[in-house]
Design a protein around this ligand. Structure first.
Ligand SMILES: C[S@@+](CC[C@H](N)C(=O)[O-])C[C@H]1O[C@@H](n2cnc3c(N)ncnc32)[C@H](O)[C@@H]1O
Length: 323
C-alpha cells in the first residue's frame, strides 16, 4: 500500500507543534542530561496509525530523541515499521493498548516522558479494509481494533439484553431512536443472528427515517465500536496516567472526533491541578484541510502543559469530570 493511503494525518503541524515548541526550548536547558537508553528526550505517540505524527516528531528532532509508538492494531504497527524504517533506531514500536501507558513507558526503560500525543478514533485503513467498522461496506460484524481481544461486535449485538443495547446506543451514540433500534435488534435476532454490517444496516433502516439514516447509522456503528473497544474508559485512563508521566513543562496534545471524547479530554485537562490548559477553545482544522481531507472535519485538538505549580483555582471543575 502507498504510504499516503493508509491514513492522512489530521492537524499534523498543529499537534506536533504544541509538543515540540516547548520541548525544543527545554532541550537547550537539558543539554547534558541523558534520560534513558542514551536519549535526552522521549515522546509517546499513543495512536501510531500510519505513523504520521511519529514521523513528524522524528523529522523535527535529532538523534537524541526517541518516540514510543503505540497502537493496538497490528496492521498499524506492521505498516509503520516499514514506512518509518529509516528511523528504526529511534522508535520503540509496541502493539499495546494505550490505557497501559504507565507500564508501557516503564517497560520501555523510561521514568518520565517529554510529550504525548493521541489522535483518537479510526484510521482510514481500518475504515476501508478492516471488518465491521464501516456501515458502507458489507463485512463481518467484528469492530475489534485488536484482533486478539475476545469481545467483538457480533457478541454485543447478539447477546446483550435489550436494555443494555439501548443504553449503549443512547450513551455512546447519543441516538434518538435508541429504544426502537435495540428492540428491533432483539426481535430480529430471535429468527436469525446478526452476522454482517449490512444485517445491522437493514434492521436500523426499518426504524430510522431515510433523511436521518446516514448520520444515525454512523452513530449506531460508533456506539457499538466504543463498547467493543472500551474506548471511553481507555481514554480516561490514558489521560490521567499521562499527566503523572509527563516531565514538568512537557505537553499533552489530543485530537478527538466526537463530543463524548472531546468532553473527556476537556474535563480531565481542566480538572487536573497539574495541567495548564493551552487551548481555551479547541483548535479545528482550517477550510483547506477539510476540503483536502473530509475526515478531518470533526477533529478537535486540545493541548495542555504540565506545571509544577499547584493550580488551586481549578477546583470548580472537579465535580464535572466524566459526567
Ligand atoms: C486516527 S488513527 C491515528 C492516525 C495517526 N495519527 C497517523 O498520523 O497516521 C487512530 C489509531 O489509534 C489506534 N487506537 C485507538 N485506540 C487505541 C488504544 N486504546 N490503544 C492503542 N491504539 C489505539 C487505532 O488502532 C488507530 O490506528
Amino acid at each position: 500500500m502507498e504510504p499516503d493511503h493508509y491514513h492522512e494525518p489530521v492537524l499534523l503541524n498543529e499537534t506536533t507543534g504544541f509538543l515540540l515548541e516547548k520541548a525544543n526550548q527545554d532541550i537547550a536547558i537539558k543539554s547534558n542530561y541523558i534520560s534513558s537508553k542514551g536519549f535526552k528526550r522521549v515522546f509517546v505517540d499513543c495512536t501510531l496509525g500510519g505513523g504520521g505524527y511519529t514521523r513528524k516528531i522524528l523529522e523535527l528532532t535529532g538523534n537524541d530523541t526517541a518516540v514510543i509508538a503505540i497502537d493496538r492494531d497490528k496492521f498499524a504497527i506492521e505498516y509503520s515499521r516499514q514506512v518509518l524504517s529509516k528511523y528504526s533506531s529511534r522508535i520503540i514500536f509496541l502493539q499495546r493498548n494505550f490505557s497501559e501507558i504507565s507500564s508501557i513507558v516503564h517497560d520501555a526503560g523510561f521514568e518520565k516522558i517529554d510529550g504525548i500525543t493521541m489522535d483518537l478514533g479510526l484510521s482510514t485503513y481500518q475504515l476501508n479494509h478492516e471488518e465491521g467498522f464501516s456501515y458502507q461496506r458489507n463485512t463481518e460484524l467484528d469492530m475489534r481494533a485488536d484482533k486478539t481481544q475476545k469481545l467483538n461486535a457480533k457478541d454485543v449485538l447478539n447477546t446483550y439484553s435489550e436494555r443494555e443495547l439501548e443504553e449503549i446506543f443512547r450513551k455512546f451514540g447519543e441516538l434518538k431512536y435508541s429504544r426502537h433500534i435495540a428492540k428491533e435488534i432483539v426481535n430480529s435476532r430471535k429468527s436469525r443472528k446478526l452476522e454482517t454490517t449490512f444485517d445491522l444496516v437493514e434492521i436500523a433502516s426499518q426504524k430510522i427515517p431515510p433523511r436521518y439514516l446516514n448520520s444515525d447509522l454512523a452513530k449506531i456503528f460508533q456506539a457499538v465500536r466504543i463498547e467493543v473497544n472500551n474506548e471511553l474508559k481507555n481514554l480516561e485512563k490514558v489521560l490521567n496516567d499521562s499527566i503523572e508521566l509527563l516531565n514538568d513543562g512537557s505537553r499533552i496534545a489530543a485530537v478527538s472526533y466526537h463530543s463524548l471524547e472531546d468532553r473527556i479530554v476537556k474535563n480531565i485537562y481542566r480538572s487536573s491541578k497539574k495541567l495548564k490548559v493551552l487551548t481555551k477553545k479547541p483548535v479545528l482544522p482550517g477550510a483547506e484541510e477539510v476540503e483536502k481531507n473530509v475526515r478531518s472535519r470533526s477533529a478537535k485538538l486540545r493541548a495542555a502543559e504540565k506545571s509544577s505549580e499547584i493550580i488551586l483555582s481549578k477546583n470548580k471543575y472537579k465535580d464535572k469530570i466524566l459526567r
